[in-house]
Design a binder for this molecule. Structure first.
Ligand code: PLP
Length: 375
């Protein structure tokens, strides 16, 4: 049997990793500034993380959500404290897309309304519900056409109000910082207006923090830069450093009802051991402050060049927008300098490094990057 061929692959086969480094099957070392697409938060194979997972596996790996799981309760407690949302509730699932689907579902249960407002250039996942919230026609199938979703422009509060005032909008969903759409940072005034408009018209505000959350931007969640408190916050990626896990934080205004949400694997023991270990390491090693420090250093050190249009983002969620197709630059970074980076669209190199990236590693990237763009 062959694999269903949906991914464009680089010719690299990673077999081992540690911190921000990855080694391929030929022993070549790479610097990882992509973190498997913002997933590796505390670094690859952190010894505490490995220990936490292996020792959990020796006790119990899985049971179902029909019994009490103390690790879920511990995570809720710890996550509430770490994020500043102690009065919210936690529902655990398995991925970012699932978190967004659960958030949209919950908002429609809560409001009795059925339309969602999302934003142009948004990305919320690939399942049919999440992809319907995503502004990328290339990945939307005809099956999604039944979803009632309206796309507004980022930073256009009047456009959002025109939709909310119709009275049928269950929720507005927005990324803390748009990732796949090109590291677009919303204006603080717009985010505040969005929060007030949702309250005024009885719609829920859903913050998709799947990519921008878990410390990546120098705050636990990116929306905390705007001093707003959304109704639902969605999480995935870095929450368990590569062990599949997702979740949503839910405001105390929502009423839980038995059977309202559910999943087989969500909140399983191994995912919980991984997620608890991630919080331990983030706290012990001050990784949120580190993400801000190293990220801002990189941002401030990208040289001005006629080839570069703009450097955007916050902390270790950075986009370097070029006036040209970046495919050859990314290829040279990987093949000549052995550095993994990401992209957004055709013209942006995207950096989503593990939060433990060190200054020396940042310098290694900057030197390589300078050489490549000056070639
Ligand atoms: N939301 C955002 C902002 C994302 O960047 C992604 C993935 O890239 C998702 C949701 C979907 O997450 P997953 O691939 O875990 O379903």
């Amino acid at each position: 049997m062959n694999l269903f061929d949906v991914y464009s692959l680089f010719d690299v086969t990673p077999v081992r990793a540690l911190g921000c480094k990855v080694w391929d099957d030929k022993g070549q070392e790479y610097l990882d500034l992509y973190g498997g697409h913002a997933v590796i938060s505390v670094g690859h194979c952190h010894p505490d993380y490995v220990r936490a997972l292996t020792s959990q596996l020796e006790k119990i790996g899985f049971y179902s959500n029909s019994v009490r799981n103390p690790l879920q309760e511990e995570l809720a407690l710890r996550l509430g404290k770490a994020s500043g949302y102690e009065d919210y509730s936690l529902f655990l699932d398995n991925s970012g897309a699932e978190s967004n689907e659960n958030a949209a579902k919950l908002a429609s249960f809560h409001t009795g309304k059925d339309r969602i407002v999302a934003f142009r250039k948004s990305f919320h996942g690939r399942t049919s519900g999440a992809v319907a919230l995503t502004d990328n026609p290339a990945i939307v199938s005809p099956f999604n056409s039944h979803h009632k979703v309206t796309f507004c422009s980022l930073n256009d509060a009047a456009g959002v109000e025109a939709e909310l005032s119709k009275g049928d909008v269950a929720a507005v969903i927005i990324e803390g910082i748009q990732g796949c759409g090109g590291i677009n940072v919303p204006d603080a005034a717009f985010m505040k207006a969005l929060s007030e408009l949702c309250r005024k018209y009885g719609s829920c505000l859903i913050l998709d923090e799947v990519q921008s959350g878990y410390g990546r931007t120098g705050k636990f969640f990116a929306h905390q830069w705007y001093s707003i408190r959304p109704d639902i916050i969605t999480m995935g990626k870095g929450i368990a450093n590569g062990f599949p896990c997702g979740g949503i934080l839910i405001s105390p205004e929502f009423q839980a009802r038995k059977g309202m949400l559910g999943t087989t694997f969500g909140g399983n023991y191994l995912a919980m051991a991984a997620a608890l270990s991630v919080l331990d390491i983030i706290e012990k090693e001050g990784l949120i402050d580190n993400a801000l420090k190293v990220g801002e250093y990189i941002k401030g050190s990208i040289p001005s060049s006629p080839r570069i249009k703009e450097v955007r983002g916050k902390g270790l969620m950075l986009g370097i927008e070029f006036n040209e197709d970046v495919a050859p630059i990314r290829k040279a970074l990987l093949e000549e300098k052995h550095i993994f980076t990401g992209v957004a669209g055709k013209n942006m190199v995207r950096l989503l490094a593990p939060l433990c990236l060190g200054m020396q590693e940042a310098d290694r990237f900057l030197e390589a990057f300078n050489q490549i763009i000056n070639e």
